[in-house]
Design a protein around this ligand. Structure first.
Ligand code: PAF
Length: 281
């Protein structure tokens, strides 16, 4: 596995792959890898001949300097995991190389970045689209893999790639789940045993909403199904439930007319968990 720390190194590596006619698949990460990332890596392996992973804790997507400082890092462990997975190259640059002195250019999806999570995290998605554009320009992959778990991020990236005519195929990888249905997250380890069982209510509420989905179902009805299902679990508290058009992320009301994204956040035993499902009437 090649570990590249400079733009020149990774470009030379990618040029060699392309010279050999190989399809380059990219997995973007901020490191501190877990099983969810490994699923993205395996998907990249299925989509391309060469797999490149970038590890970069992107400062411009953190609104709070404290969160950035506290972001967990363990590069040696990350590299060992990627090596074991047979990754071809890792790009691990310094912040100063990606954001040179005086850097002022930003990339922003003006609507999608500022709704839902974007409305409460101003500047977050602008930081994501800016850094992803930089890495796409540096690496020029044929395909890039993003997790569906960060549903809004995936839609933002797809829109940016379409709008800016970037010749890169964006693949959304379905959320990895524990065998009982709980979406994998580094937060799950913080759940006490009884909360771990209670947390199943997230996927169960989405199952109930999906079962209730039919051409006649309304957004209001789905919202009620989610709220009522979560309310059956006394250890869980529904914090947020966004039901929006799956691609535009626009607010919708009344009967479902097309693919609809349901995004929930639920607090269980003091731990905030998220899950999402796209349903089609
Ligand atoms: O999803 C992430 O880990 C980050 O937002 C990404 C896409 C690597 C950009 O920094």
């Amino acid at each position: 596995m090649q570990v590249c720390t400079t733009i020149a190194q990774i470009r030379a590596q990618v040029a060699a792959y392309k010279q050999a006619g190989e399809v380059v698949a990219l997995v973007p990460t901020m490191g501190y890898l877990h099983e969810g990332h490994m699923t993205l890596v395996r998907r990249a392996r299925a989509e391309g001949d060469r797999v490149i992973v970038w590890i970069f804790v992107n400062p411009t997507q953190f609104e709070n300097p404290d969160d950035l400082a506290k972001y967990p890092r363990d590069t040696e462990r990350d590299l060992a995991m990627l090596r074991a997975e047979g990754v071809d190259a890792v790009f691990l640059p310094e912040v100063s190389e990606i954001y040179p002195e005086g850097a002022e250019t930003i990339v922003e999806t003006t609507h999608l970045a500022n709704v839902l999570h974007g409305a409460v995290r101003p500047g977050h998605f602008r930081g994501v689209t800016t850094v992803v554009t930089k890495f796409f320009n540096i690496i020029q992959p044929d395909v890039a893999i993003f997790g569906e778990k960060d549903y809004q991020q995936l839609q933002v990236i797809k829109r940016m790639v379409r709008d800016l005519h970037m010749p890169i195929r964006i693949v959304g990888q379905t959320t990895v789940r524990e065998s009982d249905g709980l979406a994998m997250s580094s937060r799950n380890v913080r759940l006490a045993p009884e909360d771990r069982i209670a947390a199943l209510i997230l996927s169960q509420s989405l199952n109930a909403a999906e079962a209730a989905t039919s051409a006649g179902t309304t957004v209001e009805n789905l919202r009620q199904v989610i709220a009522e299902t979560i309310a059956t679990e006394p250890r869980a508290k529904l914090v947020g439930c966004d039901i929006v058009a799956a691609e535009s992320l626009s607010d919708i009301t009344g009967p479902l007319t097309g693919p609809t994204a349901i995004m929930i956040s639920v607090e269980v035993g003091g731990v905030l968990l998220i899950d999402q499902r796209v349903v089609t009437p």
